[in-house]
Design a protein around this ligand. Structure first.
Ligand code: ADP
Ligand code: XUL
Length: 532
């Protein structure tokens, strides 16, 4: 076997500590992927007994992952790469992402242990006493409703908290999780020397000291003031005493944290000059992987539908999240999640088109854009954006109707889903401009008829991209950008040579007014459903 990487080549690695696995993607200086590796928690580390990487406690609300599992996974991942003859000595820099919101509680003395890592002994062995809480709360946890209410109250209400931190109080957001630890396990809180996010925890392993939290992932905590990019004292005080010192100062997501710890040099053959660039959240990492630019919108049409927006001037709302932008320190990004995505589309396809996407697309094409004024909302399960459930249909006169014909129903579900995306994007401050590009990914992005409707509703061209592993790829890009020097070159320029996206649909400009009008009516209908 030959080793991976030409002798003169510079390599950059992006890691992703996600819910079910740890992944690594290495790229060369031309941004081409040269190596990929992963460790699946359930399969490769079965002794932790996780399912989907997590433990669900008896209350059904508390969801955690063993912190030491992530530590062991990193050594295993790097050993696998070493076995594959990946040449670590060529890595100029690395960065990474973590699942958002999850938190790690470092025990007293942990920083000292991190500083003195011995390369002959595994990380797991050396860090077995490093965590004051053995089980890290993760993003799936929803056990902190009380703490969310307390925090919103302290901030002056849900909207006031959103205005400061970018989001109203959310159970999975880290400030509320920390408040729960302080309230229910005060002795653990007391002995906790530092608190990290999953992202900054992973970076800490690489640099051998507790790494700072970055602005972008830090925005998923309900603690960072996204306007000043500093912790909000009001929010800190509501969550736990002397919290600022436990969190440390937040930093720009492109900060260079310095050289890799000698543990990795001696054990895996990294160069002592390998630089570690600040880690961030997986969604911010994906924004970098998709190379989103000002004005772009990324739509992932998967099991659930997700939207990322690049925003210059955000307007925090009660739905959706505003984060500081991971690749531009004066910009923002928004994240919107919709639970009723592909599964709802599939239900309608099964009911109206005998389970065939081809037949479903014929139905879509046989009803005109705007569906002659027929609108439907199909929230089969409790929706996140907005919090509502149920199915409603109205005809062109605005009156409720019980049913639609097959073509009307097919078009109503797709137009309704895209009108909802445009509505909530605009509520968060998004404006469709002449340079707007919609970047579509996920299972349904292979469907040309669906993408045409997306393009018509947003009145913007739709491009498709294969973004499997966008978070780790994005962090490999970020590693290279940080290494080039974020003050020397913009992120956008640093990824210019990456493969172009494919144009999949262009907007029919004649239908722009139809959708402007439909959007007003859709908004009314959604407000009625959410208020009922
Ligand atoms: P996940 O979010 O779980 O990673 P994917 O992005 O792979 O999921 O999307 C899976 C979904 O893609 C399926 O639920 C399926 O309904 C949808 N899908 C696959 N092919 C098509 C198609 N041709 N048209 C519309 N939807 C499709
Ligand atoms: C985002 C969120 C999830 C996690 C999953 O707010 O909770 O997307 O980041 O990894």
């Amino acid at each position: 076997m030959t080793s991976i990487g030409k002798s003169s080549e510079k390599l950059f690695i992006g890691f992703d500590f996600s819910t079910q696995q740890v992944k690594a993607i290495a790229i060369d200086n031309n941004l081409a992927v040269v190596h990929e590796a992963s460790v699946q928690f359930d399969k490769d580390l079965p002794h932790y007994g996780t399912q989907g990487g997590v433990h669900i406690q008896a209350d059904g609300l508390t969801i955690t992952s063993p912190t030491l599992m992530w530590v062991e996974a990193l050594d295993l991942l790097l050993s696998k790469m070493k076995q594959d003859r990946f040449d670590f000595s060529k890595v100029s820099s690395l960065s990474g992402a973590g699942q958002q919101h999850g938190s790690v509680y470092w025990n007293q003395g942990a920083e000292k242990t991190l500083n003195n890592l011995q390369s002959q002994v595994s990380l797991k062995e050396q860090l077995k006493d490093a965590f004051s809480l053995a089980h890290s709360p993760v993003w799936m946890d929803s056990s902190t409703t009380k703490q969310c209410q307390q925090l919103e109250q302290a901030a002056g209400g849900a909207q006031a908290l959103a205005d400061i931190t970018g989001s109203r109080g959310y159970e999975r957001f880290t400030g509320n999780q920390i408040a729960k630890v302080f309230q229910t396990q005060p002795t653990i809180y007391e002995v906790t020397e530092r608190i990290s996010l999953v992202s900054s925890f992973a970076a800490s392993l690489f640099i051998g000291r507790v790494a700072p939290i970055d602005y972008s992932d830090g925005s998923g905590m309900n603690l960072l003031d996204i306007n000043t990019r500093m912790w909000s004292q009001k929010a800190l005080d509501a969550c736990g005493p002397r919290l600022a010192e436990r969190l440390g100062q937040p930093v720009s997501s492109s900060n260079n944290l310095g050289s890799i710890s000698s543990y990795f040099v001696d054990r895996y053959g990294f160069s002592p000059d390998c630089q570690v660039i600040t880690f961030t959240g997986d969604n911010p990492g994906s924004l970098a992987g998709m190379r989103l630019q000002a004005g772009d919108i990324a739509v992932s049409l998967g099991t659930s539908d997700t939207l990322f927006l690049w925003l210059k001037t955000p307007r925090p709302a009660l739905e959706g999240h505003i984060f500081c932008n991971p690749v531009d320190d004066v910009a923002y990004m928004a994240l919107l999640c919709y639970k009723n995505g592909s599964l709802t589309r599939e239900r309608l396809r099964n009911e109206r088109a005998k389970g065939s996407w081809d037949k479903f697309n014929q139905l879509l094409r046989s009803a005109p854009p705007g569906n002659e004024g027929n609108i439907g909302i199909y929230f089969d399960v409790q929706e996140i954006t907005p919090a509502a459930v149920g199915v409603v249909r109205t005809g062109s006169d605005g009156k409720r109707v019980e049913s639609f014909t097959d073509p009307q129903e097919a078009r109503a579900v797709i137009e309704g889903q895209f009108l909802a995306k445009r509505l909530h994007a605009e509520k968060l401050g998004y404006h469709i401009g002449k340079d707007t590009r919609v970047l579509a990914t996920g299972g349904a992005s292979s469907n040309a008829a669906i993408l045409q409707i997306l393009s018509d509703v947003f009145q913007a061209p739709v491009y498709v991209m294969d973004v499997a592993n966008s978070a780790s790829l994005g962090c490999a890009y970020r590693a290279r950008h940080g290494w080039l020097g974020s003050s020397q070159v913009t992120f956008k320029d640093s990824v210019k040579t990456a493969t172009e996206f494919k144009l999949a649909a262009s907007p029919n400009l004649e239908v722009s007014q139809i959708y402007d009008q439909l959007l007003v009516r859709y908004r009314q209908l959604e407000e009625e459903l959410a208020g009922s």
